[in-house]
Design a protein around this ligand. Structure first.
Ligand code: HEM
Ligand code: HEM
Length: 166
Protein backbone atom coordinates (compact mmCIF):
# COMPACT_ATOMS: atom_id res chain seq x y z
CA UNK A 1 0.00 0.00 0.00
CA UNK A 2 1.33 3.40 -0.96
CA UNK A 3 -0.06 6.93 -1.12
CA UNK A 4 1.64 7.36 -4.50
CA UNK A 5 -0.14 4.36 -6.07
CA UNK A 6 -1.65 5.39 -9.40
CA UNK A 7 -5.03 4.39 -10.84
CA UNK A 8 -6.82 5.20 -14.10
CA UNK A 9 -9.20 7.52 -12.24
CA UNK A 10 -11.06 7.99 -8.95
CA UNK A 11 -13.50 5.17 -8.16
CA UNK A 12 -17.22 5.78 -7.67
CA UNK A 13 -16.77 5.40 -3.89
CA UNK A 14 -13.94 7.97 -3.87
CA UNK A 15 -16.01 10.49 -5.82
CA UNK A 16 -19.12 10.03 -3.66
CA UNK A 17 -17.10 10.21 -0.42
CA UNK A 18 -15.24 13.33 -1.60
CA UNK A 19 -18.47 15.29 -2.13
CA UNK A 20 -20.32 13.89 0.91
CA UNK A 21 -17.40 14.81 3.21
CA UNK A 22 -17.09 18.25 1.55
CA UNK A 23 -20.82 18.89 2.23
CA UNK A 24 -20.55 17.72 5.84
CA UNK A 25 -17.48 19.93 6.43
CA UNK A 26 -19.36 22.91 5.05
CA UNK A 27 -22.23 22.13 7.44
CA UNK A 28 -19.84 21.93 10.42
CA UNK A 29 -18.14 25.21 9.52
CA UNK A 30 -21.45 27.05 9.14
CA UNK A 31 -23.68 25.46 11.80
CA UNK A 32 -21.94 25.37 15.17
CA UNK A 33 -23.74 27.90 17.33
CA UNK A 34 -25.57 25.30 19.40
CA UNK A 35 -22.35 23.41 20.11
CA UNK A 36 -20.60 26.62 21.17
CA UNK A 37 -23.50 27.51 23.52
CA UNK A 38 -23.46 24.01 25.02
CA UNK A 39 -19.69 24.14 25.47
CA UNK A 40 -19.72 27.61 27.06
CA UNK A 41 -22.51 26.52 29.43
CA UNK A 42 -20.49 23.46 30.39
CA UNK A 43 -17.36 25.50 31.05
CA UNK A 44 -19.31 27.98 33.15
CA UNK A 45 -21.22 25.23 34.94
CA UNK A 46 -24.61 26.72 33.96
CA UNK A 47 -27.58 25.31 32.05
CA UNK A 48 -27.31 25.06 28.25
CA UNK A 49 -30.80 26.39 27.53
CA UNK A 50 -32.00 25.63 24.01
CA UNK A 51 -28.59 24.34 22.91
CA UNK A 52 -28.48 20.96 21.19
CA UNK A 53 -24.89 19.89 20.50
CA UNK A 54 -25.94 16.49 19.07
CA UNK A 55 -25.98 17.43 15.33
CA UNK A 56 -22.41 18.80 15.62
CA UNK A 57 -21.23 15.66 17.42
CA UNK A 58 -22.98 13.23 15.04
CA UNK A 59 -21.93 15.00 11.82
CA UNK A 60 -18.37 15.51 13.14
CA UNK A 61 -18.05 11.84 14.09
CA UNK A 62 -19.45 10.81 10.68
CA UNK A 63 -16.69 12.88 9.05
CA UNK A 64 -14.08 11.00 11.11
CA UNK A 65 -15.48 7.59 10.08
CA UNK A 66 -15.82 8.59 6.41
CA UNK A 67 -12.27 10.02 6.42
CA UNK A 68 -10.96 6.66 7.68
CA UNK A 69 -12.90 4.76 4.99
CA UNK A 70 -11.64 7.24 2.41
CA UNK A 71 -8.03 6.83 3.47
CA UNK A 72 -8.24 3.02 3.26
CA UNK A 73 -9.73 3.22 -0.25
CA UNK A 74 -7.10 5.82 -1.24
CA UNK A 75 -4.28 3.54 -0.09
CA UNK A 76 -5.74 0.47 -1.80
CA UNK A 77 -7.09 1.98 -5.00
CA UNK A 78 -4.64 4.89 -5.42
CA UNK A 79 -5.34 8.13 -7.29
CA UNK A 80 -4.85 9.16 -10.92
CA UNK A 81 -1.42 10.69 -11.75
CA UNK A 82 -1.11 14.47 -12.05
CA UNK A 83 -1.97 15.74 -15.54
CA UNK A 84 0.92 15.37 -17.97
CA UNK A 85 2.88 18.47 -18.89
CA UNK A 86 2.04 20.56 -15.82
CA UNK A 87 4.85 22.12 -13.72
CA UNK A 88 6.19 19.53 -11.22
CA UNK A 89 5.82 22.10 -8.44
CA UNK A 90 2.02 22.15 -8.92
CA UNK A 91 1.90 18.39 -8.40
CA UNK A 92 3.97 18.68 -5.23
CA UNK A 93 1.71 21.49 -3.97
CA UNK A 94 -1.42 19.40 -4.67
CA UNK A 95 0.07 16.42 -2.80
CA UNK A 96 0.99 18.59 0.21
CA UNK A 97 -2.46 20.24 0.35
CA UNK A 98 -4.30 16.89 0.00
CA UNK A 99 -2.05 15.31 2.67
CA UNK A 100 -2.61 18.17 5.13
CA UNK A 101 -6.39 18.09 4.53
CA UNK A 102 -6.37 14.37 5.32
CA UNK A 103 -4.48 15.06 8.59
CA UNK A 104 -7.09 17.68 9.55
CA UNK A 105 -10.00 15.37 8.69
CA UNK A 106 -8.74 13.26 11.59
CA UNK A 107 -7.28 15.91 13.92
CA UNK A 108 -10.37 18.16 13.98
CA UNK A 109 -12.99 15.56 14.99
CA UNK A 110 -10.54 13.86 17.39
CA UNK A 111 -9.76 17.15 19.17
CA UNK A 112 -13.52 17.86 19.36
CA UNK A 113 -14.23 14.44 20.85
CA UNK A 114 -11.36 14.86 23.33
CA UNK A 115 -12.75 18.24 24.39
CA UNK A 116 -16.36 17.15 24.72
CA UNK A 117 -16.05 13.64 26.14
CA UNK A 118 -12.66 14.03 27.84
CA UNK A 119 -13.29 17.53 29.21
CA UNK A 120 -9.90 18.65 27.86
CA UNK A 121 -10.24 22.44 27.48
CA UNK A 122 -7.04 23.06 25.47
CA UNK A 123 -8.32 20.55 22.88
CA UNK A 124 -11.38 22.80 22.36
CA UNK A 125 -9.11 25.83 21.89
CA UNK A 126 -7.02 24.00 19.28
CA UNK A 127 -10.20 22.61 17.64
CA UNK A 128 -11.93 25.94 17.17
CA UNK A 129 -8.73 27.96 16.65
CA UNK A 130 -5.67 26.84 14.66
CA UNK A 131 -7.12 23.57 13.28
CA UNK A 132 -10.31 25.19 12.05
CA UNK A 133 -8.48 28.08 10.37
CA UNK A 134 -5.89 25.75 8.83
CA UNK A 135 -8.73 23.70 7.30
CA UNK A 136 -10.47 26.80 5.93
CA UNK A 137 -7.19 28.09 4.42
CA UNK A 138 -6.29 24.72 2.87
CA UNK A 139 -9.76 24.17 1.44
CA UNK A 140 -9.66 27.66 -0.16
CA UNK A 141 -6.24 26.89 -1.71
CA UNK A 142 -7.62 23.48 -2.80
CA UNK A 143 -10.71 24.96 -4.47
CA UNK A 144 -8.73 27.74 -6.19
CA UNK A 145 -6.24 25.08 -7.36
CA UNK A 146 -9.02 22.88 -8.75
CA UNK A 147 -10.63 25.81 -10.56
CA UNK A 148 -7.31 27.03 -12.01
CA UNK A 149 -6.56 23.48 -13.19
CA UNK A 150 -9.97 23.23 -14.81
CA UNK A 151 -10.44 26.65 -16.36
CA UNK A 152 -6.93 28.11 -16.84
CA UNK A 153 -4.73 25.05 -17.42
CA UNK A 154 -7.69 23.13 -18.88
CA UNK A 155 -6.32 19.82 -17.60
CA UNK A 156 -9.76 18.30 -16.93
CA UNK A 157 -8.90 17.57 -13.28
CA UNK A 158 -12.30 18.70 -11.99
CA UNK A 159 -14.07 16.19 -14.23
CA UNK A 160 -12.23 13.25 -12.72
CA UNK A 161 -13.69 14.14 -9.31
CA UNK A 162 -17.15 14.33 -10.95
CA UNK A 163 -17.12 11.28 -13.20
CA UNK A 164 -15.72 8.05 -11.73
CA UNK A 165 -13.47 5.86 -13.86
CA UNK A 166 -15.62 3.45 -15.80
C1 HEM B 1 -14.51 17.80 10.88
C2 HEM B 1 -15.40 17.87 11.88
C3 HEM B 1 -15.63 19.12 12.67
C4 HEM B 1 -15.56 20.44 12.29
C5 HEM B 1 -15.20 21.01 10.91
C6 HEM B 1 -15.87 21.23 13.44
C7 HEM B 1 -15.94 22.62 13.45
C8 HEM B 1 -16.24 23.38 14.55
C9 HEM B 1 -16.43 24.81 14.54
C10 HEM B 1 -16.33 25.71 13.30
C11 HEM B 1 -16.69 25.21 15.82
C12 HEM B 1 -16.97 26.65 16.31
C13 HEM B 1 -15.71 27.27 16.84
C14 HEM B 1 -15.93 28.70 17.32
O1 HEM B 1 -16.66 29.46 16.67
O2 HEM B 1 -15.33 29.05 18.36
C15 HEM B 1 -16.65 24.03 16.65
C16 HEM B 1 -16.82 24.02 18.01
C17 HEM B 1 -16.80 22.87 18.79
N1 HEM B 1 -16.74 21.56 18.32
FE1 HEM B 1 -16.46 20.97 16.42
N2 HEM B 1 -16.12 20.40 14.50
C18 HEM B 1 -16.00 19.10 14.07
C19 HEM B 1 -16.19 17.94 14.81
C20 HEM B 1 -16.45 17.91 16.16
C21 HEM B 1 -16.67 16.70 16.94
C22 HEM B 1 -16.71 15.25 16.43
C23 HEM B 1 -16.84 17.09 18.23
C24 HEM B 1 -17.10 16.16 19.39
C25 HEM B 1 -17.98 16.35 20.29
C26 HEM B 1 -16.72 18.56 18.27
C27 HEM B 1 -16.77 19.34 19.40
C28 HEM B 1 -16.76 20.72 19.43
C29 HEM B 1 -16.78 21.52 20.64
C30 HEM B 1 -16.78 20.98 22.07
C31 HEM B 1 -16.82 22.87 20.24
C32 HEM B 1 -16.87 24.12 21.13
C33 HEM B 1 -15.45 24.61 21.31
C34 HEM B 1 -15.34 26.06 21.65
O3 HEM B 1 -16.35 26.82 21.56
O4 HEM B 1 -14.20 26.48 21.98
N3 HEM B 1 -16.52 19.01 16.99
N4 HEM B 1 -16.39 22.93 15.85
C1 HEM C 1 -14.32 20.80 2.49
C2 HEM C 1 -14.26 20.58 1.21
C3 HEM C 1 -13.24 19.66 0.52
C4 HEM C 1 -12.37 18.75 1.03
C5 HEM C 1 -12.15 18.38 2.49
C6 HEM C 1 -11.65 18.16 -0.09
C7 HEM C 1 -10.64 17.20 0.01
C8 HEM C 1 -9.98 16.61 -1.06
C9 HEM C 1 -8.93 15.61 -0.95
C10 HEM C 1 -8.34 15.09 0.36
C11 HEM C 1 -8.58 15.26 -2.22
C12 HEM C 1 -7.53 14.23 -2.62
C13 HEM C 1 -8.24 13.01 -3.13
C14 HEM C 1 -7.69 11.77 -2.56
O1 HEM C 1 -6.50 11.53 -2.76
O2 HEM C 1 -8.44 11.03 -1.89
C15 HEM C 1 -9.40 16.02 -3.13
C16 HEM C 1 -9.35 15.95 -4.51
C17 HEM C 1 -10.02 16.79 -5.35
N1 HEM C 1 -10.92 17.80 -4.99
FE1 HEM C 1 -11.51 18.25 -3.14
N2 HEM C 1 -12.10 18.73 -1.27
C18 HEM C 1 -13.08 19.66 -0.93
C19 HEM C 1 -13.79 20.46 -1.78
C20 HEM C 1 -13.61 20.51 -3.14
C21 HEM C 1 -14.30 21.42 -4.05
C22 HEM C 1 -15.36 22.47 -3.62
C23 HEM C 1 -13.83 21.15 -5.29
C24 HEM C 1 -14.21 21.81 -6.59
C25 HEM C 1 -14.04 23.09 -6.83
C26 HEM C 1 -12.87 20.07 -5.18
C27 HEM C 1 -12.21 19.48 -6.23
C28 HEM C 1 -11.34 18.43 -6.14
C29 HEM C 1 -10.72 17.80 -7.29
C30 HEM C 1 -10.91 18.19 -8.73
C31 HEM C 1 -9.88 16.78 -6.81
C32 HEM C 1 -8.97 15.84 -7.62
C33 HEM C 1 -7.63 16.49 -7.67
C34 HEM C 1 -6.63 15.65 -8.43
O3 HEM C 1 -6.91 14.51 -8.77
O4 HEM C 1 -5.51 16.15 -8.64
N3 HEM C 1 -12.75 19.71 -3.85
N4 HEM C 1 -10.24 16.85 -2.39
Amino acid sequence: MSVSKHSAGYSRAQVILHWVVAALILFQLLVHESMEMAWDARMEGGPAEGANPLPHIVVGSAILILAAIRLVIRLRHGAPPHPAGQPALLGVLANVVHGLIYVLLFAIPLSGLLAWFGGVEPAADVHSGPLRFALIALVIVHIVGALVQQFVLKSGVLMRMMKPES
